[in-house]
Design a protein around this ligand. Sequence first.
Ligand code: UT7
Length: 317
Amino acid sequence: MNGITICGTGSALPENCLNNNDLTVMVDTSDEWITSRTGIKNRHIAKNETTAELAALAAQRAIENSKINNNEIGLIIVATFTPDYFTPSTACLVQSKLGLNDVPLAAFDINAACSGFVYALTVAGSMMMQNPDKYALVIGSEIVSKTIDYNDRSTCILFGDGAGAVVLKHKDNARLISYLDSSGNKDILNAPICDRRSGTVSPPLKMNGSEVYQFAVETIPKCITNVLEQAKCTLEQVRFIICHQANSRILASAAQRLGIKPDLFVTNLERVGNTSAASIPLLLDEMNRDGLLVRGDKIIMAGFGGGLTWGSVLLEW
Ligand code: UT7
C-alpha cells in the first residue's frame, strides 16, 4: 500500500472528570491501587456529550490543523463500539455536523473495539488509493462510560470517554504498512446490546482483566515486529510507538519483551484512562500539538482489544 500521510490531528474530551479519589467513594478501591496497577489517575466522563458530538469536534479541529476546507473531505470513517444509533452511523452524523450533507463522500463506522482506529486507518488508506485528490477523516470516538457498571471496581476504574481524529492525504511514496488480525472470542471481553424483544436493559461491559492483560502483553510485540519486517526497518529507525492506552504495566511489559526502553512508548493514560478506539488518535493529537512529531519520522501505532482484535500501522509522519 503506497501514498498516505497524516496532515492534521484533533481531539475532544468531555468536560466532566472522574479522578481516582472520586472512584473511592463509589467502589472499594484506592488511588494507590489504581495508580500502581494501571497508571491511571483521571478520566473524562461524558454527562451530556454524545459519541457523534465528540467525533465531530475532534474532526473539525483536525481539519483546521490540516489547513484544508471541510468540503475537501471525500471519506469519513469513525471507529467506535459505542455509537449513538444503530443507524445512522456516527460517520453520517459527523458528516451532517460538519455541514457536508451535500458533499459527495463515503461515510461509515467500523467496530473493532480498541483496535478500531488502526483498522479504520488501514481501510481509509486502501480506499484513498481510488480517490487520491480528496482527503479522508479517520476518527476514533467513544463514550465507553455508557457500557460501564460503576459498581464493578475491576472495570469502572479503567475507562474514559473521548475522541481523536486525523486527516489523511495522498502523498507519493509515503507508505502506510499495516497488519490486522482477530480471533473471534466473546468470553474474554464483551459489551452486549439490549434486544428490545427481551425487555431488558443493556448488560454492562464484562471483562476478564488478567486474560486481556496476558493477551495484550503477547500481542503488542507481535504487532510491532510484523510491520517492522514488512517495512524492512528496525526499531532504532522508529521515532515513537503509539499503543492503545490500556494500562501502563502492559506497555512496560511489552517494552521489556521487545528489549527496548519504555520511553519509546508514549502515554497519556494518567490523564484520560482507556478510551478504546479514541486512545491512539487522542494521544497522537497531544503529541502533534506538543511539537513532538517531525515530518519524516517513522511512527508505529498498535491496537488490541475486544473481538479479540489487534493490529498495527507503520507510517511516516
Ligand atoms: O482495552 C482493553 C481493555 N482491557 C484492559 O485494558 C484490561 C487489562 N487488564 C488490566 O489492566 C488488569 O488486569 C486490571 C487492572 C483490570 C486488574 O489488575 P490485576 O493486577 O490483573 O488484578 P486482578 O484482576 O488479578 O485482581 C487482584 C485483586 C483481586 O482481589 P483478590 O481476589 O486478590 O482478593 C481483585 O478483586 O485486586 C482486586 N481488585 C481491586 N482492588 C482494588 C480488582 N479491582 C480492584 C480495584 N481496587 N479497582
